[in-house]
Ligand binder design. Structure first.
Ligand code: NCD
Ligand code: ZN
Ligand code: ZN
Length: 359
């Protein structure tokens, strides 16, 4: 049996496509192709790839390169820097999807751990586009204090613990303009899996306990979680198996199949998945898919996630060997069939920036 359903413009607002000085990990072409194979209409690229997108020349280099290569629609974040680049915001605002602030150590050089400097960035960012934050543990409360003071709409990326969920549920009840993202790795893996995955199970935030994982599923059911985002963060297998493995795992091609498997297992409804992967990210980031932009998935197709089937240039997945129920069959963008279930059908450069003049 094949039950085909249409998803209205799946959007992943948290991916690291790399390219630029990290072309050896992946390129805008390879990872936007992976996004199509994963069923996505559009992806929003993070600013932590060298050279970080923290000034107009670096941003322009990224915009020019991604515009030439992308096969799905896209947005890019501007990054906040430790040496206070808030003077750049006016010139950078138009073509970007939002601002990213890294408040805990992770891949790249963009850490801001000083609350006064964070406040300066919150004060300076022009209103109307989301501030996305990497904030873990106690840092979540620090950022909530800034949201309370500056009222800037803030998306909390990759939330992973019961305590963080408790704080964010309270912030929502208080009426603060916050949204909450969780990743498939925190929903489907726990700290126990690090034993078998080794460095392939290492990412920021780290995998957590079963109780934390359950809190994320409960928060999905309660409507506290708004978005399932992949945090697609490809690193080469050689890098991951080195003495100093970097943090991050790919996820663009496994997020929808895993979420559809959860629907099959009646852990949540298909409608809720559509909210989490399409309608909520569209609303939060203020974009809408044009006419004839949708993804066809087969709710009954079964397969096992396998290395050889992946398009991401890193060529591995922390979910290898997992059986899934639910397969991406076609992606249509602006009336064009961009992916047919086997191959990408559009040329590099087909993808559009969803923001600013380039759109
Ligand atoms: C991300 C990366 O590799 O760019 N790594 C990760 O472990 N999630 C950065 C990030 O999202 O924090
Ligand atoms: Zn992060
Ligand atoms: Zn990330």
């Amino acid at each position: 049996m094949a039950r085909l359903v249409k998803l209205p413009g799946p959007l992943d607002p948290h991916v690291h496509l790399r390219d630029l000085d990290w072309e050896h990990k992946s390129t805008f072409l390879s990872e936007t192709a992976a996004a199509l194979a994963g069923g996505y209409w559009a992806v929003f690229d993070m600013p932590n790839t060298p050279p970080p997108a923290i000034d107009r020349p670096a941003l322009d280099r990224k915009l020019e390169s991604i515009a030439r290569q992308a096969v799905c629609d896209w947005g890019v974040y501007f990054g906040a820097s430790q040496d206070d680049n808030s003077g750049e915001y006016a010139a950078a605002f138009d073509p970007v999807c939002g601002l990213k602030i890294y408040n805990n150590a992770t891949t790249g050089t963009l850490l801001i751990d000083d609350q006064t400097l964070r406040a300066r960035h919150y004060a300076a960012w022009p209103g109307g586009k989301v501030i996305a934050v990497h904030a873990e543990g106690e840092t979540v409360a620090d950022i909530l204090a800034l949201v309370r003071q500056y009222r800037q709409p803030t998306h909390f990326c990759h939330i992973s613990t019961a305590e963080e969920i408790r704080l964010l549920a309270a912030a929502k009840a208080e009426g603060l303009p916050v949204s909450v993202g969780v990743t498939p790795h925190h929903l489907f893996l726990t700290e126990d899996d690090v034993r078998t995955l080794g460095p392939l199970g290492r990412m920021k935030p780290e995998l957590k306990t079963h109780a934390d994982q359950q809190a994320l599923w409960d928060a999905i059911a309660a409507g506290v979680v708004d978005v399932v985002e992949s945090d697609h963060a490809p690193h080469t297998l050689a890098e991951k198996q080195s003495d100093a493995p970097p943090s991050g795992v790919p996820g663009l091609e496994t997020t929808l199949p895993l979420m559809l498997t959860a629907v099959h297992e009646r852990r949540l409804s298909l409608e809720r998945v559509i909210d989490l992967v399409a309608l909520n990210p569209q609303r939060i980031f203020g974009v809408a898919p044009g006419p004839e932009t949708y993804t066809l998935v087969d709710l009954d197709a079964r397969y096992t996630i396998a290395r050889g089937d992946l398009r991401t240039a890193c060529g591995w997945s922390p979910f290898e060997g997992m059986p899934v129920v639910g397969r991406v069959r076609e992606v249509w963008i602006r009336g064009v069939q961009a992916f047919d279930g086997e191959a990408v059908r559009v040329a590099p450069g087909f993808g559009c920036n969803l923001y600013g003049r380039e759109s």
